[in-house]
Design a protein around this ligand. Structure first.
Ligand SMILES: [Zn+2]
Length: 318
């Protein structure tokens, strides 16, 4: 097999992973490049779309009701999470963090920045940003059923990055990049539509992690066959260089899911199973105390650059 990232045809190590989110348990072959370390699926299934059911998590609507005080506080929290501004928001972010928005902070963006979110599903993250006053946002996702226009004006369009033109300050992939068959072409297109000095934020699971070492093919974020590429630090850096980016920063941002999800797969419990922690705390094999220990452990792993996912900040040179 030839590595699709670095081209190496060395003796790669093979793995067989089962579909375990839905619990289909059909088997998919992967290999890990002996040179760049990227774990990748051998053959992309023809029926890949059938592995994304209608209730797939990114497709549920953003911006549903809720009480007005709570919404106001969440808005302040989200402002702080994304920009580092707003003191009440700072307290709220401490009490009830929005980890996803906080990944934007190293990009150092202002509220008038032009931000494109690629593969954004129903656009939860952009919706939060729009609510805090960011006003030049667009989400795209070719797998949505149709275009979405929210009451606050946010648009989510049903299309892919190759139909996009123009000059963005920030192009983001929040756990969508690992689903894309052609890694170079997608990142190259992100490069092309950024302003000089603009940034691509790529958040992906990574095999440069304790969880991949510990759980192997039961690692929950391998997510066969939806995740086509599980990058290493080395393979992401190779990809960034190939496409003209300068990699500025890598921030690990994993959470307890890597442990409880993988432990469930070890015991043959799918993510959508009634016994899964994702479905029911009551029927789960874990106690709330164990789950909070896994969160704590994940914070420690992130600090050691050993968490199972990371945010890559890639700069387009001026
Ligand atoms: Zn490789």
């Amino acid at each position: 097999m030839k590595c699709r990232i670095c081209g190496s045809e060395a003796e790669h190590r093979s793995y067989v992973a089962k579909e375990m989110m839905l619990g289909l348990r059909d088997e998919h072959r992967y290999f890990q490049c002996a040179d760049c370390g990227c774990l990748q699926i051998e053959n992309i299934p023809d029926n890949l779309a059938s592995y994304y059911p209608d209730n797939y998590y990114s497709y549920s609507d953003a911006g549903k009701g809720g009480n007005p005080l709570k919404k106001a506080l969440m808005k302040m929290r989200d402002t702080y999470a994304a920009t580092g501004q707003c003191q009440i928001g700072r307290v709220m972010q401490f009490l009830s963090p929005n980890a996803k928005l906080a990944t934007l902070r190293p990009a150092n963006i202002s509220k008038d920045a032009r931000i494109l979110d690629v593969g954004c599903g129903s656009g939860h993250l952009l919706h939060s940003l729009r609510e805090t006053g960011f006003n030049q946002l667009l989400g795209i996702d070719p797998f949505n059923r149709e275009d979405i226009v929210y009451p606050n004006g946010l648009r989510i369009e049903k299309r892919d990055i190759f139909s996009e033109t123009g000059q963005w300050d920030l192009v983001m992939f929040h756990h969508s990049f690992e689903h894309l068959p052609d890694q170079q072409a997608n990142l190259q297109q992100a490069f092309n539509i950024l302003k000089p000095g603009g940034m691509a934020l790529v958040r992906v699971p990574t095999v440069s992690s304790w969880a991949w070492q510990e759980y192997g093919v039961n690692w929950v974020q391998l997510d066969a066959p939806r995740h086509l590429f599980l990058h290493s630090l080395k393979s992401m850096e190779a990809l960034a260089t190939q496409t003209g980016f300068r990699q500025e920063q890598v921030v690990y941002d994993s959470f307890g899911f890597q442990i409880w999800g993988s432990k469930q797969y070890e015991q043959d419990i799918p993510l959508r199973d009634p016994r899964s922690w994702a479905e029911s705390a009551e029927n789960s094999i874990f106690t709330a105390k164990q789950i909070s220990e896994y969160e704590q452990r994940s914070h420690e792993l992130n600090a050691l650059n050993q968490g199972d996912q990371a945010a890559f900040y890639l700069r387009k040179p001026v």
